[in-house]
Design a protein around this ligand. Sequence first.
Ligand code: 5AD
Ligand code: SF4
Length: 461
Amino acid sequence: MTGTIAPSSTRRGLHVITWGCQMNVYDSARMSDVLRPLGYQPVDLPDAADMIILNTCHIRDKAAEKVFSELGRLRLIKEARAAEGQPTVIAVAGCVAQAEGQEILRRAPYVDIVLGPQTYHRLPEMVARAARAGGAVIDTDFPAEQKFDFLPDTEAPQTPGNLTSFLTIQEGCDKFCSFCVVPYTRGAESSRRVASVLAEARRMAQSGVRDITLLGQNVNAYHGEGENGEIWDLPRLAYALAEIPGLSRIRYMTSHPRDMTDALIDAHRDLPQLMPFLHLPVQAGSDRVLTAMNRGHTADEYREIVRKLRAVRPDLALSSDFIVGHPGETDEDFEATMQLVRDVKFALAYSFKYSQRPGTPAAGAPLQVPEHVKDTRLQALQALLREQQDEFNATLVGKTFPVLFTGEGRKPGQITGRSPWLQPVHVLGPRHLIGQELSVKITERLTNSLSGELVEETEYA
Ligand code: 5AD
Ligand code: SF4
């Protein structure tokens, strides 16, 4: 199933619509890479596309319904193009495809290809098969081979000229949190080989990427095979990545508290390239709920990890995910979540109402929390998290830190970049500084960004 398909010089339009997490963004870029040798080039509008890919997300409510409503719109485009003699291939990829592939073909028979997250290296074959068969092709296997071994090397991964990039190093999850579909849609935890990761990181650095985010559903569970068959963990990989010239900023997400080892914490002490901003979802602050969620750690164990991280990297800021209204969550449990937030203080957080995901253990659990209770809890939690985000941003005013300049600002003469904690930062400065990392003194906090002034026009060392 992974044979080569002859390259084509015929130019074809490709339009990819991406929902969900950063890994889907990365996957969409790699699907475009894999189709490029067949002549597919990105186009902005679906009407101009010979192939349209919906890369879907199944993590929370109504994901599948969104896909079906988008498909309804695409059907009209496909029909209008067909009337002009132009065929359109519609492919549905990602986690909804994995979970509901047959249902998609039943409800939307005009879909040509359904593929899961683990099979996109086979996309060229599927395109060829769909053209030959004239019927739908579905491939939602969890193949034994690693798709990364069959993907083409990209000269300039993702958008050329980018200073920031994602790099997937790990996929899937064996943790089986009670509420989560990921172990079912992305499959078992698997890590990409070290050589393949390092080679892609070097290519990215050579094409100008300075700020790299390693991706994985359980990124800090990374255990990739090295050249000699030995297993590398994430800290070892981070030390090796830090040697690559040009990669001045390294991030990783999403981490699980259980895999936040002392060696990884030490890497934060040793490597200035590891950015002081960590996404470490805790989900809830009550031990009873954490047990029901099958998270495998207590609230105090989470506090202890944060304490250790801040001890080695005092400027480290945290972001997190929270779920309110997991089955069985009482007012007291929710108060324990609020207390954890007050204790830890987050720079950023994403919070959600628990949503029942078919096939997950919590979906059938008794004591589902009523919607209005979830609403009230979510509002209270979000108000507190917003306050903490504001407080964090306020602490940056008056500070000087390196900003990686990535583009022009909205106002004339302005350039814009990002802080180590990912806030957009605007300064007045010449365009030729774009691409450099320079010291900026923050003078003002705006609604969603910071503004400041260049301390000196020398590259930050
Ligand atoms: N309901 C609500 N939120 C969920 N998440 C995952 N599954 C669910 C669910 N069933 C949230 C978790 C996770 C983030 C990516 O999405 O907080 O960390
Ligand atoms: Fe889902 Fe839990 Fe795995 Fe994260 S650790 S992907 S929340 S099952």
